[in-house]
Design a protein around this ligand. Sequence first.
Ligand SMILES: [Zn+2]
Length: 197
Amino acid sequence: MSDFAEFTFQGQPGYNEAAAREIIASVIPVRTIAMYCFDPRAAGAAQAVADYFGDEVYPGELLLDETGRKMGSTATVFPLIVGGGRAADALRSITVSQHLFGIERVVVVHHSFCGATSFTAEGITAAWKHEQHTDISSLYDWDGISIADFEKSLNYDVSLIRNSPGTPKHIEIYGLFYDIDSGELTEVVRDVPAEVA
Ligand SMILES: [Zn+2]
């Protein structure tokens, strides 16, 4: 164990994996993952998602123990911030979120005038070859790299998440377009399992 073992659950005396999972779930009431772009102009997306559904808490408040240590929070929305808000970057986090917190909803948000709409898969691959002397043509699924059409990108990402074995089958998945200037969200895709609807 390194010098940082005291800061891990696994480094605690009497550590028990199942018990640690229960503790975390009890102090993290998250049920919704809001995935959006790292562009600072899109930073309002998490709050917009919370407002859109109305039954969410964001950003919430931190929960402290008697010694003032940060134990959890009251937020029910966790932001998942990745380039373009594209789902290829998010699949592992969705799996981990279900395991630790138990989630009910994943919301994919793509925003107006995103940098991802400024380039193509062909363009970035050609530039990479020229500038980095490396072939990335088979590294990513081309339909998930950039954005040419928001209806296509949102449908693609909702399907990618839905079809991942690492996505719990019961969750609702939404694809929303976010106007960074008005702050308005427009629902483009709604994938709600029949037993939940
Ligand atoms: Zn963006």
